[in-house]
Design a protein around this ligand. Structure first.
Ligand code: ADP
Ligand code: MG
Length: 748
């Protein structure tokens, strides 16, 4: 390796190093026999056959756009080519992925291909989990993590090359990274950037990066026969099972890849298929909530035909060899619940997409057409190594008329507040003119800025505040900083950290499998707090933690199964919480906890903290005593409480909510009842700040009335308080019994 000169290596040099008996990356260690097996298969990949051509382009350009069919070796091979070529720089090579599952899977694979222990020369870093060391030279990471590193170092100085993979997915983070890299490359001429994608819109990206070189990997694509349904069906799971059965019983050898939208669907279909074929078919699920060992099973050889039942992670991010048959439905799983799926699946040829509406500050689950690009990718999985067959569980007409060419970029559909904060931290003052590949609508910026201003993270002139700087450094959504600070005042910082961790897991902690939804709801009642879904979540977490400590007889997995709690999500919460506690120790100095379970005001402290930290997400109930409709205080949007909430039958006047979602019907999700008296001193609820009509009247007179009532009540309590203080000063006749009487007066 010592002979390699930065950006002057040849494919032959690297290949002869790879063929040595000794591992060039780890002096004195001999290669294993598995290494040579893998090397042989790697050498056959389309990209390996063009290693020298890639290096020629790489040496002559600072920015390189690489496109090639899925499975051609982009994700696993190109970073290794770059690693050898950049070895002499002494710096790291980063390769970003939009998904956690793919990040860890490809890092594991590449470490095996280089014959090094994962976490040493090759490592990965995803949110709240990393396997890295001082020796790490090739780092696979999620795009979000590289972005947060960029907030500390805009020049990416630790890296000699940054590889952005799966750029066609156009996630919000990928787009932001491309913009930052565009600037960083002009400042650091020695920084190289490789942008890789299966279906890259090369012209568009090339015009964004003028002067960028392109490198195309010519992949051999085998023909794929496509079959459509003659009539649409809402029962896509059963239809999929029938198709798998047909393939397995009547068609030639070859593994099957079946796409389904949710992990619930996947488990259901897997269990039916396993029951039907206890031998002859190896049924394997693939979705992000599975354990790493289970995810890895899909790559293992099997004496039987494999049937992999996966979410869209198998579309481009993960390549499984040996697939000949693809069975694809057309719904994606973006949201944990599935309201409206049946309706959309019947005839319409639509998919479910999460879209953020900045004007309403609402996440919606919209049903809209799937992209043709996605359908093509999925079909392509069948023709990688030989001619294949793709069964599409929708009609040809649906495909032709309802599917859009490609999915819109995430930046046009997401919430921007945390990204704006990140840009502000990095010193970009006028984010509205930031050079994005596809700039969002100005209103999206405006709403993001308003939200940040309400949180106190930027001032009226848009300058970031010291609090905003701390918030941007958090590993959870910046909005939680306010909750941590308020929690610290009220003695429930621990609980706020728990809630932040719960809101950051990939999957909900309460499990509600569709066939047992009713039983799950009953099981969850033991954790339910009638005034707060947030406290219900805390109850479940605390019960889990005490079961972990005390339940020796019952395995924890059984305990979680019986309680309908998602064990993987809960252990993730504990891990995130512990990391947050450590990182927050540097940001906030801890005070002694004054509230604990035994405190009679425990719940009140938590509810008050939530109210005062998420005050901009308050809603007021319709005055009709029987109504269950709420109106958000500032935007004035009407919504019900989500059916999974414990507060649906409570009819509390004021609530604070975590999310405003819509899946046809608008709902406020994860809500807590609050007392308006806790809010009246905040600027946000003063008359000047309440929304007005053009005539200057209050848009929501009921909000004003309720706040005034709370103020009046509060004033009379304060009068009592003053007289109490006077009594206290006049301590001559101050007795315990007087104190008790005053206490009763105050609590009235
Ligand atoms: P691309 O990024 O172009 O889609 P990849 O580099 O992901 O291609 O895949 C190249 C080859 O490596 C494929 O044959 C694939 O099956 C194999 N491969 C990739 N990841 C893994 C893994 N985690 N385990 C086993 N094989 C893998
Ligand atoms: Mg790839």
């Amino acid at each position: 390796m010592d002979d390699l000169q930065r950006n002057q290596t040849t494919a032959q040099q690297a290949q002869s190093l790879e063929e040595w008996e000794v591992n060039a990356l780890r002096d004195h260690e001999l290669h294993s026999s598995r290494y040579f097996q893998l090397l042989e298969s790697r050498r056959r990949l389309p990209v390996s056959l063009r290693r020298q051509e890639f290096l020629d382009v790489y040496h002559n350009s600072q920015i390189i756009l690489v496109s090639g069919e899925t499975g051609s070796g982009k994700t696993t091979q190109i970073p290794q080519f770059v690693l050898f070529d950049e070895w002499a720089s002494g710096k790291k090579v980063a390769c970003t992925q939009p998904r956690r599952l793919a990040t860890t899977a490809v890092a594991t694979r590449t470490a095996a291909e280089l014959d090094v222990p994962l976490g040493e020369e090759v490592g990965y870093s995803v949110r709240f989990e990393k396997k890295l060391s001082r020796m790490t030279r090739l780092k696979y990471m999620t795009d979000g993590l590289l972005l947060s590193e960029a907030s500390r170092d805009r020049n990416f100085s630790a890296y000699s090359c940054i590889i952005i993979d799966e750029a066609h997915e156009r996630t919000l983070n990928t787009d932001l990274l491309m913009a930052l890299l565009k600037m960083a490359t002009s400042r650091r001429s020695c920084l190289k950037v490789v942008i890789m994608s299966a279906t890259l819109n090369v012209e568009k990206i090339q015009s964004y990066f003028p002067g960028a070189a392109t490198f195309e990997i010519p992949g051999k694509v085998h023909p794929v026969e496509i079959h459509y349904l003659s009539d649409s069906t809402p029962r896509y799971c059963y239809c999929a099972i029938t198709v798998v059965q047909h393939i397995h019983e009547n068609m030639d050898d070859g593994d099957i890849l079946l796409f389904l939208p949710t992990s619930g669907d996947i488990e259901m279909v897997c269990s039916i298929l396993r029951k039907r074929y206890d031998e002859g078919l190896k049924v394997l699920p693939l979705y992000s909530a599975l354990s790493r060992a289970k995810q890895q099973e899909i790559f293992e050889d099997s004496e039987y035909r494999k049937c992999i039942v996966a979410t869209n992670v198998a579309e481009t991010s993960i390549t499984i060899d040996g697939i000949v048959y693809v069975v694809g439905e057309y719904l994606h799983n973006f949201f944990p619940w599935k309201v409206g799926i049946d309706k959309s699946a019947t005839d319409s040829g639509l998919e479910i997409r999460p879209v953020y509406n900045p004007r309403l500050r609402m996440s919606s689950v919209l049903t809209c057409p799937i992209s043709k690009a996605s359908a093509k990718q999925r079909a392509g999985r069948a023709g990688r190594t030989q001619p294949g067959i793709c069964f599409r569980l929708y009609t040809g007409q649906t495909h032709d008329t309802c599917f859009i060419p490609s999915a819109p970029p995430g930046i046009l559909e997401g919430e921007l507040a945390s990204q704006i904060l990140l840009l502000k931290v990095m010193g970009f003052e006028s984010v509205g003119t930031f050079d994005f590949l596809d700039p969002p609508h100005p209103e999206v910026y405006l709403c993001g800025l308003q939200d940040l201003c309400a949180m106190g993270y930027i001032d009226d002139r848009g300058t970031i505040t010291p609090k905003g700087r701390i918030a941007a450094r958090l590993s959870v959504h910046p909005k939680w900083l306010n909750a941590f600070m308020e929690g610290q005042k009220n003695g429930c910082l621990r609980e706020m950290i728990d809630l932040a961790a719960i809101s950051s897991t990939q999957h909900p902690i309460f499990s509600r499998p569709p066939p047992a939804r009713f039983a799950a709801d009953i099981a969850h009642q033991r954790f339910a707090c009638p005034l707060s879904d947030h406290i219900s979540q805390l109850n479940a977490l605390h019960a889990y933690e005490s079961a972990m400590k005390t339940n020796n007889r019952l395995p924890i997995s059984q305990w979680c199964f019986d309680a309908f709690l998602n064990r993987r999500a809960l252990s993730e919460v504990v891990r995130i919480r512990d990391q947050l506690l450590t990182s927050l120790q540097q940001e906030l100095s801890y005070t002694k906890e004054i509230c604990g379970f035994e405190d009679a005001e425990y719940d009140t402290h938590i509810r008050k903290t939530l109210a005062r930290s998420f005050f901009y997400q308050c809603a007021l109930k319709h005055p009709d005593p029987f109504a269950t409709i709420y109106k958000t205080v500032h935007e004035g949007h009407t919504a019900g409480i989500h059916p999974e909430s414990a507060l649906t039958s409570e009819r509390q006047e004021w609530i604070v909510y975590s999310e405003f979602v819509s899946s046809g019907i608008p709902y406020l999700q994860t809500v807590t009842a609050v007392d308006p008296a806790w809010l009246i001193d905040l600027d946000f609820f003063q008359d000047d700040s309440l929304p007005k009509t053009e005539n200057g009247d209050f848009k929501q007179p009921l909000v004003k009335k309720s706040l005034d009532k709370a103020r009046k009540k509060n004033d009379s309590v304060e009068e009592d308080l003053i007289s109490f203080e006077e009594l206290d000063l006049n301590a001559t006749w101050y007795t315990a019994s007087n104190c008790g009487a005053i206490q009763i007066m105050l609590s009235r």
